[in-house]
Design a protein around this ligand. Structure first.
Ligand code: HEC
Length: 142
């Protein structure tokens, strides 16, 4: 417990020290220019984490494979979401991002807007890190 609090505090310090990536919930979807103000590496250790930070996903999701740490962890770690969505929601990840159910239906209509290109990027990254996490390197964009 202490470790987890410390980790959250460290993440919060890191985010505020770098001055980016911690947009409040009601602004996450309405600031398309946020990307420009994000310096290299706030809140993620893998460059593929940037889009998630820019879009505000770490308000609720850690993505451990990308070094993204959510202080709140309201939703599941997205490292295995590519497969998890198929098991839990019985749909492919790209369908889920386009027509989500449950909490994400609310998030992606009221709070965060994803363009088709952003959905694609998020899908491809989550597919890649899933393959990396399960040790399956058969996908050909390595
Ligand atoms: C306000 C909190 C919140 C934000 C912000 C948020 N999510 Fe979620 N998300 C959730 C919750 C809670 C769940 C679990 C939903 C459920 O079980 O019905 C979830 C589930 C998911 C899932 C399914 C995961 C799985 O393993 O089944 C994906 C994929 C996902 N979110 C992607 C995203 C992405 C991408 C973003 C940023 C664009 C994002 N979420 C932002 C709360 C959030």
């Amino acid at each position: 417990m202490a470790t987890r609090l410390l980790a959250a505090a460290t993440a919060a310090l890191f985010l505020s020290a770098c001055g980016g990536g911690d947009a409040p919930p009601d602004q996450a979807g309405s600031q398309p220019d946020a990307r420009a103000s994000v310096p290299a590496g706030p809140g993620f250790t893998d460059p593929r984490g940037e889009i998630f930070v820019v879009k505000g996903c770490p308000q609720c999701h850690s993505i451990s494979a990308l070094g993204v740490k959510s202080p709140a962890e309201v939703g599941p770690d997205l490292t295995l979401a590519y497969e998890d969505v198929q098991t839990r929601f019985n749909m492919e990840l790209d369908d889920f991002l386009e027509n989500p159910t449950g909490t994400m239906a609310v998030v992606l209509s009221a709070q965060i807007q994803l363009s088709p290109a952003e959905r694609d990027s998020i899908h491809d990254i989550l597919e890649d890190i899933h393959h990396e996490a399960v040790g399956d390197h058969d996908n050909d964009d390595d």
